[in-house]
Design a binder for this molecule. Structure first.
Ligand code: SF4
Ligand code: SF4
Length: 454
């Protein structure tokens, strides 16, 4: 019987490893579809940002209560999973609590510490679930934010239920184990009671040895299968940020937020127009201006999309969204990821090569009305807890719309025309730009106050 369990366990473990290998491979491949962008400068500064923002979750503490609860879930989940090492080895070798003999008394203390973390995760997840289900947090409401309807709404709750079940399984498994130790059951080495699960022991007081063993095994399988399912599920859900928050913050943008990346080809053209650069010879016209589809974005834009937690803090701060415009920076990131996933499926079905599907990020997922509503204020960039930059994607899509498709609102076209002819957004000649000053000078300083109405 034990050997059959071992074989089943090893087969499941191999299946999970293969599925994760496939998923991680396709995610890496789709991110690499993006354009080259060097983000390797200033490694010590980057490391410091990653440690503060991803490891220390600095931005989550902008809202202290949520920050503490999120930190409890994060630390708890990471540390409890150390215990998985023992569970996996037990599953492969057919042993039970493999490390207990070697660690002696320290073993019960260690498991007790993990149990304390499990309890913290359980409480935090229960609070988050109540908050999502009953407190009607505005940024999670599908009626107000269409990107949150359907799967994203379910995904957010599912993972919390998942974690609650896993934590209950681990605590009751330990309690049943303890009760079996009290009965002197074979194969259950004496470790003593554990810190938290001892509170659950009275639940098992009247149970027979056979029923206790059946429950302990059931909880063990629920726990380990839950972890395996979670590991695969994570790669399909917004919870990928648990892993990607680290590289994403490390490779985040170091330049000031307000500094826009210009296209070198356009900068040179403008310089030539203004007579600042007369070397017109080596201007190369790019294949495409801006971005139309995911492959036109940079690899960092694509990693941003996979790292999005769908928290909606960006959208809640976006002035365009607040004033009722169609734009939601969270939707921009979710749409980019959805399109990337579609491209990934296409590649999987075609031996790793993308076959044109006549679809694009711009048009099929994100529409003109959304990108034109952006004020480029950077509020979304400022708010993001994992340093995602939705504005960068919006600007590239807008560049494509305006420069490649020559599709801009009438008022913008007037401004472009003025820039072209007057080198300024207004309809006055560049030579007249200081006329206002000479008018003041002509009247003399005594007349200035009259002009300004003081
Ligand atoms: S930069 Fe654009 S998308 Fe971001 S908050 Fe401002 S208006 Fe919204
Ligand atoms: S872009 Fe950042 S702030 Fe916006 S939903 Fe995603 S993780 Fe949250």
């Amino acid at each position: 019987m034990a050997i059959i369990q071992q074989i089943i366990f090893i087969a499941i473990l191999a299946g999970v490893a293969w599925l994760m290998y496939q998923r991680i491979g396709i995610i890496g491949k789709t991110i690499r579809l993006g354009k080259e962008e060097d983000r390797t400068d200033q490694p010590s500064k980057r490391l410091s940002i990653m440690m503060r923002v991803a490891f220390g979750q600095k931005k989550m503490f902008d809202r202290p209560l949520i920050g503490v609860l999120h930190f409890a879930v994060y630390v708890g989940f990471i540390l409890i999973n150390i215990e998985i090492l023992e569970i996996v080895l037990d599953g492969i070798l057919g042993t039970h609590r493999l490390f207990s003999a070697a660690l002696s008394n320290f073993y019960a203390a260690l498991i007790g510490f993990f149990e304390l973390l499990a309890l913290a995760v359980l409480i935090a997840c229960a609070i988050f679930l109540i908050r999502r289900s009953f407190l009607k947090v505005e940024r999670f409401q599908p009626a107000r934010h269409r990107e949150m309807s359907g799967w994203p709404q379910l995904d957010g709750k599912l993972i919390l239920v998942f974690e609650i079940v896993l934590m209950i399984a681990i605590l009751t498994m330990n309690a049943a184990d303890s009760a079996l130790q009290d009965l002197g059951s074979a194969h259950y080495p004496i470790t003593g009671d554990f810190l938290v699960s001892q509170w659950f022991k009275p639940l098992f007081a009247e149970w027979s040895e056979g029923t206790l063993i059946a429950y302990e095994r059931l909880a063990w399988w629920i726990h380990i299968l839950g972890i395996f399912i979670f590991a695969v599920y994570l790669t399909y859900s917004k919870h990928l940020h648990i892993a990607l928050a680290f590289p994403n913050t490390y490779f985040s943008r170091l330049e000031p937020k307000g500094e826009m990346k210009n296209m070198p080809e356009i900068t040179q053209e403008v310089k030539i127009m203004l007579g600042l650069d007369t070397q017109a010879g080596d201007t190369t016209v790019p294949e495409r201006f801006g971005a139309k589809d995911v492959a036109d974005l940079s690899w960092k834009n694509l990693m941003d999309a996979y790292s999005c937690t769908e928290c909606g803090r960006c959208t809640a701060a976006c002035p365009a969204n607040i004033t009722g415009k169609k734009l939601s920076p969270r939707k921009i990131m979710m749409d980019t990821r959805d399109r990337l996933e579609e491209v990934g499926r296409n590649m999987l079905a075609n031996n790793g090569e993308f076959v044109n599907d006549n679809k694009n990020l711009l048009g099929d997922y994100i529409i003109e009305e959304e990108i034109l509503a952006c004020t480029t204020c950077n509020a979304c960039v400022q708010e993001c807890p994992v340093l995602i930059n939705p504005l960068d994607i919006i600007l590239q899509l807008r560049r494509h719309k305006v420069m490649d498709e020559a599709h801009a609102p009438g008022s913008w076209n007037m401004m472009f025309q003025n820039l072209d002819t007057n080198q300024a957004p207004w309809k006055f000649s560049a030579n007249d730009r200081f006329n206002w000053a000479s008018a003041v000078v002509d009247r003399g300083p005594e007349n200035k106050s009259t002009e300004s109405g003081i």
